[in-house]
Structures are given as C-alpha cells and as structure tokens.
Design a protein around this ligand. Structure first.
Ligand code: CMC
Length: 438
C-alpha cells in the first residue's frame, strides 16, 4: 500500500464527450485508503468544461495525512490510530499533539506540550471587555465567533504565517485559550464571575473548573465525569474535510490570520446540520415529549413536505454506525449511573433509536445515530446549558481545525481556493432607465 499519494500516476481515467467524440485522459491519484481520485485540474484547459458538485459529494478538496473515515465500515482513524482506541487509551491533549505533529508524543514531548498549553490558558484582560458588548441572552456561539475573531488583533506575532515557529505558537494558543473563552461565554450568560484557569489541574479538569466553579464554592471534580468530558473532547477533535474544516481551510487559503480562520470555522459549525445538531437533538426530544408521540415524529421525518428531520441521525459520510456514537453511548450510561440520574429523555432517545433503526425508511437510506445523538444527554447531565453544547464541540474541534490549517500552510503549494460555478442567470441585456421600466 502506498505511504503517500502517487503524483506520477500510472493509472488514468478517460472521459469522452458524447457530442464530439473527443476523449481526454486524466490522471488517477491513489491515497493510502479510500476511493482513488481523478485529478481534474487540467480539465478546463483541455476541454473548456468545469465540473459541477455543489455540496462536494464527490470532490476531494485537498490531500491530507491527518484523518481517514471509512463511512461504509464506520471507521475513523487519526494519523492511523482508531478513534475507539484513542477514546479509551489516550487523552485530549495527547490526541491534539497527534493531530498537530503526526505521531504520538514520547513522555518528554507530552510533558513539554502540556506545559506549553497550560502556560497559554490565560487570556488578555482586555478581551473581557468584548463580552460586555454582547446581550446577556446572546447565543454563546455568537459570542465565540466574536471573541475568537478578536484574538486575531491581540496576537500580532501570529500574523507571520510563513514562520513555522509562529504557526506552532498560534496553534498552542488556540488549543489553550478557546476553552477559557468558552467557559467565559457560559459564565457571562449566567451572570456569574469569570473563573481563572488553574495550572495544577489537567486540561479537562481545568475546563470543568472554569465552567462550574463559583467564588462561593469550588466545583467538585468527579473522575467519571472528567473522563466522559475527556472522551467528548477526543471524539470531536477532528473529522477530515467537514463543512467547518473546509471553511477554515478556504479562509486560510487567502493567507488570513489563523485566529480569524478559526472564527470562520465556528460560524460554519453552528448550524443544526453540523455541530448545532447536539442542541437540536435535545430540543427535538423536548418537542416529542413522550414515547407515544414517537410514531408521529417518525412519520414527519419521512415526509418530504415537512422540514422536520430526526436530529442526531444520518451523516454525509457514515452509512453505518458512527463509531463516535458507539463510544458516546457507553459514556452516557457511565455518567448517568455515576450522577444517579434517571433521565426520561434518555429513555425517550433509546426508544426513538430502536424504532428508527427498524424502520425501512431509515434502514434503506442507511441512517444511523451520529455522535450528536448521545452527546447532548451527557452534557445536560453534567450541568451544561443546552446552548453550550455546540460551543463544547468547537472547543474540541479547534485542535482539528488548526491542525488542518497547519498542514495546509506547511505544503509547498498554497493556492487560494476559488470554486467556479454554472451561471444560470439572465443573459446580457441593456440597462433600462427607471422611467422606462414596466
Ligand atoms: N431525518 C430524516 N431523513 C433524513 C435524515 C434525517 N436526519 N438525514 C437524511 N435523511 C434522508 C434525506 O431526506 C434523503 O432522503 P431521499 O434520498 O429520500 O431524498 C436521504 O436521507 C439522504 O440524505 P441527504 O440529505 O442527501 O444526506 P446529506 O449527506 O446531505 O446530509 C446530514 C447529512 C447530517 C446533514 C443529514 O443526515 C441531517 O440533516 N441529519 C440531521 C442533523 C444531524 O444530526 N447533523 C449532525 C451530523 S454529525 C456531527 C457533525 O459531523 O457535524
């Protein structure tokens, strides 16, 4: 199996124009795994045609060594390591190192990395003022778009994106500071004072501490809850060229500031078809209300005239169980048992899952529960407000976004991303002065 893609392809793909009979041979590029790609970069020059793939259902936008998904088999690998093993054996910071640098760290390397991240968790005092500009009831994802964009103005040194050392520091700053900014967004909406980071705690413990401690009472860390949070962070850390990651890469391709690129990723993540689904799952369970109402909602999800979709079900790439959902379900059981929570919403979710998995509509379309189906239930049990769920996804995905940005910047062929289109508007016509318009 090739270790890298083959740039001098032995294989080609011939495309024939049925109208003219003319043929063009296009190179076929192979990766380590996954479908081979037809390299169409010469297509326009040789044939005058573009390709049309509006939602990128059959388009590879880049070469990447970071993450591999086999959607048919339900496999997710980061740098060759299976997500289920990482979730069980690794930590979030170790996974971040793996995504950023390509290998699992040795002991010394991990200690240095942890030290560097820990030393960057505090944020500039002036950033606090930015929060005051938001309404108290602002969605925390709106706050995150704003404050992370603001960070670009605080770190001028990170503006030299061609310097590998500055890129490394920018990546570490983001992984370290986004949790602090997220916890502050939660505190702001609750009207509680911000809680400063503590260097004696692990990354995940510190995050929970910043979210839940109050001056009057220290948050009591419970190991199973810390472990579940750690798993949530590992499971969401990267997912190859999804909408938000592609947004970060596209923004970065114009040589923009990395912090601003991450802010653009946050915006893309927010929608309910992507990271916003974990919030949407709980809202949907609330709307369903009772087991008896499930059949009605299943029928609505199948009705093409009704915009309702079963949130937490289906995935563009997975046509099998999302491996992250399997781990998440396990964690969900552990956390609810530890916290002694008997959640009727979980019962409702289980029943919904059972009915949907046995329904021909969902079976035929290979619609399985995805990672967001269970994460919301765990996060709610931990005490996070529903609006924070997508923010937690963003905290974790920051590692993937910045690793993908770093990989793109390290390549020797950075070129601005510039898709083309099929114009379907009016043909050229003369301007009509307003008085003459009918
Ligand atoms: N409920 C009902 N029908 C669905 C659903 C659903 N959740 N998902 C897909 N379908 C149907 C869809 O209507 C289509 O039917 P038909 O072939 O008859 O037209 C078929 O299944 C294929 O769906 P699609 O819309 O072509 O699939 P897609 O790849 O464009 O969309 C998706 C993927 C995740 C946006 C979609 O499945 C969805 O909206 N799911 C609910 C939202 C959700 O849970 N999102 C989280 C994704 S995982 C976390 C992340 O990576 O961000």
């Amino acid at each position: 199996m090739p270790a890298d893609s083959k740039d001098t392809p032995e294989k080609t793909f011939t495309l024939t124009n049925d109208q003219t009979g003319e043929s063009v041979k296009l190179p076929v590029v192979e990766g380590t795994y996954g479908p081979h790609c037809i390299d169409i970069r010469s297509l326009h020059k040789t044939t005058g045609h573009f390709t049309l793939d509006p939602s990128f259902t059959a388009t590879g936008s880049c070469k990447s060594k970071i993450t591999y998904i086999d959607g048919e088999e339900g496999i997710l690998l980061h740098r060759g390591y299976n997500i289920k093993e990482l979730a069980k054996e690794s930590t979030y910071l170790e996974t971040c190192y793996l995504l950023l640098y390509g290998e699992l760290p040795k002991k010394q390397e991990l200690e240095e990395f942890k030290g560097h991240i820990t030393n960057h968790t505090m944020i500039h005092e002036q950033i606090k003022a930015v929060y005051q500009g938001f309404r108290r009831d602002a969605h925390p994802m709106a706050i995150m778009c704003g404050v992370i964009g603001t960070m670009a103005s605080f770190y001028h040194d990170s503006l030299d994106i061609w310097d590998p050392e500055q890129r490394r520091i920018s990546a570490h700053r983001l992984i370290a500071k986004v949790p602090t900014l997220a916890a502050m967004a939660m505190k702001y909406s609750k009207g509680q004072p911000y809680v400063h980071p503590r260097n004696d705690l692990s990354f995940t413990e510190n995050f929970l501490h910043m979210c839940f401690s109050v001056p009057a009472e220290e948050y009591k860390l419970r190991p199973p809850v810390v472990r579940a949070m750690e798993r949530i962070l590992i499971l969401h850390a990267d997912h190859e060229q999804n909408a938000s990651t592609s947004t970060v890469r596209l923004a970065g391709s114009s040589q923009a500031n990395p912090m601003a690129c991450i802010a653009s990723g946050i915006t893309s993540l927010w929608g309910p078809a992507h990271g916003g689904a974990n919030q949407a799952v709980l809202e949907m369970l609330d709307e369903i209300g009772h087991k008896d109402n499930i059949p009605e909602f299943i029928e609505r999800a199948k009705d093409k005239e009704d915009p309702f979709r079963l949130m937490g079900f289906g995935h563009r790439v997975y046509k099998n169980f999302d491996p992250r959902a399997e781990v998440m379900k396990e964690s969900c059981d552990e956390v609810l048992a530890e916290l002694g929570i008997d959640d009727p919403q979980l019962e409702l979710a289980m029943e919904l899952e059972k009915i949907a998995l046995n329904d021909p509509y969902f079976k035929d379309r290979k619609l399985f529960p995805n990672v967001d189906f269970y994460s919301g239930i765990i996060l709610k049990a931990m005490g996070f407000p529903v609006e924070m769920f997508t923010v937690l996804f963003a905290v974790s995905r920051t590692a993937g976004w910045i690793s993908q940005w770093k990989e793109m910047m390290e390549g020797n062929s950075l070129k601005i991303g510039r898709p083309r289109q099929l114009y379907t508007g009016a043909p050229e016509r003369p301007y009509v002065p307003i008085k003459k318009r009918k």
